[in-house]
Design a binder for this molecule. Structure first.
Ligand code: ATP
Ligand code: MG
Length: 588
C-alpha cells in the first residue's frame, strides 16, 4: 500500500477524551473513529489489526476442532424467555421491535440461539462432542462505555460453545479451550494471567477469566505466587484467621455523641477498625418481587463485595439503600445502626465478623454504641457467608501465604455451563442406551476488539504503538528520506515491490514530506520494521532496517533488503508462536 493512498487520519495532538494510552494511540494513529458513545468505526489500519487477531483466534479454534458458524445478531425474545434471561439480563440488553410489534434483541451473547440450533440438529451421542464458534459484533448497552473500544457498546467477540455427552467430556472441552486461549493471547504478544471468576449473567459454575495485565485495567485480581491461586476480586477469598479466644464480656450501651464512622469510633475508643463491625444496607432487587432491604455485615476494615452480596441474596442486582429508606423500613439511623436487635431486615454476616469478640457496633439509637458485642451471643445473623473484598496481603485460601494483587483487562472468559441452558431449552440427546439426556455445555468468549486495545496498552512508548508482528496492521514501512530524489525513489519502489513479492505486508511512504514527519508517523503507527532509503546509504548501495521495538538499526545491501525483512518478519512470528505469555501456574 502507498501511503498517499492510505486512509489514515493521524492526529498530532492528544485527543482530550482519551484517558488511557491505548485509546489515545488508537485515535492518534488513525485506527478508530468515534461515532457515538461506545460506537466506533474501524479505519483501514485498525481493521487490519482486528483481522489479525481474528485470524489467530480462528486458527486456534480450528486446531481444537471448532467449526465456524454465523448466527444472527438479531434474536427473537421468545428464546430468551425460555431461559428466563429476557427479564434477567436487564438494561444492558439492546432491545428492539419489528413493524408487527414483536420483540428482539441485538445479541449480547448467544447461548440461547446456539442451544436452539443444536437441539434442532443434534440428537445422538454419536454427534457429540461438538464445538461451534463465531466471530461477530456483539451489542451491550453498557452503563458507562469508556476507554474507546475497551468498553464499547458495539464490539467484536469470538464466542464458542461446546456440547458434550457427559461431565468428563465437558471438562475436556473446557481444558481444550483453556489451552487455546493461552495460545491465542501468547501469540498476540500479551502478558496475562488466568484467574478464577464469578459467572455473572451467563450463569453456570466453574469459570476463568484471562486478564491482560495493565496498570489502569478495570479488573482487580489477587494471586498467590506460592501455590498459583489467582482470582478476580469479585470472587477471591482468603483463609480465615483463627477466632479470637478472648473471654466474652457483658454487653454495654455507652453514649458516643457525634460518632458516626468506623474511623471516629476507632479514634474515640482505641478499638481498631479490624475489630469493629461495619453495617451496610442494600436493596436486593429480584424479578417480579418487591425489593428487599437487607443488612450486610463485614469487619470494619473491609469493603463489602457487592458481587458476593448479589449472589448470596439471589438478587439480580443490589443497590445501596439511602438513609431515608433505612430509617423508614428499619427505623434506625444509618450512622448508628447495628445488628443487635435489628428488626424487619434480613441480616447477612461475613464469616470474619463471626470471629470477632467483644466488638463494638451502633446501638440503633442516635449517639449510642454497644460495646462487648459478641456475634452469635448478642445477635444471630440470618445468613453467614463470604461477603468481604480481599486484597494484597490477605492469606491465600489454599496455602496461607500473603497474596499479591494486580490490575488486568479481561480479554476472555471461559465457562462451564453444565446443563443450565440445555435443560431450560430441552437440548437433549439419546445416549448409547437410548436414554434421553441433556447435553453438557461450555461457552467461551474473547473480546477481539478489546484484545487489540490490550495489545496496545502493553506495547507502546511515548512515541506511539509498538505492534507485535502478529497483530501489526503492516509488517514494514519503506521510507525514502526524500521522495523527490530520483535515486531514492527508485530504490524505495524496488524494495517495496520486492517486499510484496516476498509476502511482507508493506507500506511505501511516498509522501512529499520532511523525513522527521515520516519517521514520527511510522513510530506513531508502530510498524515493527522500517526500511530507510537515504542518500548516505545509497552512496554505498545500502539501505537501513530499523526495529521499532528496540531501535536497533542494521545496514544491508539493497539486494538483500527484502529478504532480510522477510526473515525478520518470519522470525518474529515464529517467536510469538512459541512463547507462553501466561503468568502463574495452571489452576485445576
Ligand atoms: P466485563 O466484565 O468486562 O463487562 P463480561 O464478563 O461481561 O465483561 P463476557 O460476557 O465474558 O464479558 O464476554 C466475553 C468477552 O467479551 C470479555 O472477556 C471481554 O473481553 C469482551 N467484552 C465484554 N464486554 C465488552 C465491551 N463492552 N466492550 C468490549 N469488549 C467486551
Ligand atoms: Mg466475562
Amino acid at each position: 500500500m502507498r501511503w498517499s493512498r492510505l486512509l489514515v487520519p493521524t492526529l498530532r495532538e492528544d485527543p482530550a477524551e482519551a484517558e488511557i494510552a491505548s485509546h489515545r494511540l488508537m485515535l492518534r494513529a488513525g485506527l478508530i473513529r468515534r461515532v457515538a458513545a461506545g460506537i466506533y468505526e474501524w479505519l483501514p489500519l485498525g481493521r487490519r489489526a482486528v483481522a489479525k487477531v481474528e485470524a489467530i483466534v480462528r486458527e486456534e479454534m480450528n486446531r481444537k476442532g471448532g467449526q465456524e458458524v454465523g448466527l444472527p445478531i438479531v434474536q427473537p425474545a421468545e428464546l430468551w424467555r425460555e431461559t428466563g434471561r429476557w427479564a434477567e439480563y436487564g438494561e444492558e440488553m439492546w432491545r428492539l421491535r419489528d413493524r408487527h410489534g414483536r420483540e428482539y434483541c441485538l445479541g449480547p451473547t448467544h447461548e440461547e440461539i446456539i442451544t436452539d440450533l443444536v437441539r434442532a440438529t443434534v440428537n445422538s451421542y454419536r454427534q457429540l462432542p461438538l464445538l461451534l464458534y463465531q466471530i461477530q459484533n456483539k451489542y451491550r448497552d453498557e452503563i458507562r462505555p469508556r476507554f474507546g473500544v475497551m468498553r464499547a457498546r458495539e464490539f467484536v467477540m469470538k464466542d464458542a460453545y461446546s456440547f458434550d455427552a457427559d461431565v468428563e467430556g465437558m471438562e475436556r472441552s473446557y481444558a481444550a479451550m483453556d489451552d487455546a486461549y493461552r495460545r491465542i493471547f501468547s501469540r498476540c504478544g500479551l502478558v496475562f494471567r488466568a484467574v478464577a471468576a464469578d459467572p455473572g449473567a451467563i450463569g453456570g459454575s466453574g469459570t476463568h477469566e484471562f486478564m491482560a495485565l495493565a496498570d489502569y485495567g478495570e479488573a482487580l485480581i489477587v494471586y498467590c505466587d506460592a501455590c498459583g491461586y489467582a482470582a478476580n476480586v469479585e470472587k477471591a477469598t482468603n483463609r480465615l484467621a483463627p477466632a479470637s479466644d478472648e473471654e466474652p464480656r457483658p454487653l454495654e450501651k455507652r453514649p458516643t455523641p457525634g460518632i458516626r464512622t468506623i474511623a471516629e469510633l476507632a479514634e474515640a475508643t482505641g478499638i481498631p477498625a479490624d475489630r469493629q463491625i461495619k453495617i451496610l444496607f442494600y436493596w436486593a432487587i429480584r424479578e417480579n418481587e418487591e425489593p428487599e432491604l437487607v443488612a450486610a455485615l463485614v469487619r470494619g476494615d473491609r469493603e463489602l463485595n457487592e458481587v458476593k452480596l448479589k449472589n448470596a441474596t439471589g438478587a439480580l442486582e443490589v443497590r445501596m439503600a439511602d438513609r431515608e429508606d433505612v430509617l423508614r423500613v428499619a427505623g434506625v439511623p444509618t450512622g448508628s445502626a447495628g445488628p443487635v436487635g435489628l428488626r424487619g431486615v434480613r441480616v447477612l454476616a461475613d464469616e470474619e465478623v463471626m470471629a470477632l469478640r467483644n466488638t463494638v457496633c451502633g446501638a440503633n439509637e442516635e449517639d449510642y454504641h454497644l460495646f462487648n458485642v459478641n456475634p452469635g451471643r448478642d445477635f444471630v445473623p440470618d445468613q453467614v457467608t463470604d461477603l468481604r473484598t480481599v486484597g494484597e496481603g490477605d492469606a491465600c485460601p489454599q496455602c496461607g501465604t500473603p497474596m499479591a494483587s494486580a490490575r488486568g483487562i479481561e480479554v476472555g472468559q471461559i465457562f462451564k455451563l453444565w446443563t443450565k441452558y440445555s435443560e431450560a431449552l430441552g437440548c437433549t440427546f439419546k445416549d448409547a442406551d437410548g436414554q434421553e439426556r441433556p447435553m453438557l455445555m461450555g461457552c467461551y468468549g474473547i473480546g477481539v476488539t478489546r484484545t487489540v486495545a490490550a495489545v496496545i496498552e502493553q506495547h507502546h512508548d511515548e512515541r506511539g504503538i509498538i505492534w507485535p508482528m502478529s497483530v501489526a496492521p503492516y509488517h514494514a514501512v519503506v521510507v525514502p528520506v526524500n521522495i523527490r530524489d530520483d535515486a531514492q525513489r527508485d530504490v524505495a519502489e524496488r524494495v517495496y515491490r520486492e517486499l510484496l513479492d516476498a509476502g511482507v505486508e508493506a507500506v511505501l511512504d511516498d509522501r512529499d514530506e520532511r523525513p522527521g514527519v515520516k519517521f514520527n508517523d511510522a513510530d506513531l503507527i508502530g510498524f515493527p520494521l522500517r526500511v530507510t532509503v537515504g542518500p548516505r546509504g545509497l552512496a554505498e548501495g545500502r539501505v537501513e532496517i530499523t526495529e521499532r521495538a528496540t531501535g536497533a538499526t542494521e545496514s544491508v545491501p539493497i539486494d538483500e533488503a527484502a529478504r532480510t525483512v522477510a526473515q525478520k518478519v518470519q522470525a518474529a512470528l515464529d517467536e510469538l508462536n512459541r512463547r507462553d505469555g501466561s503468568l502463574g501456574k495452571r489452576q485445576a
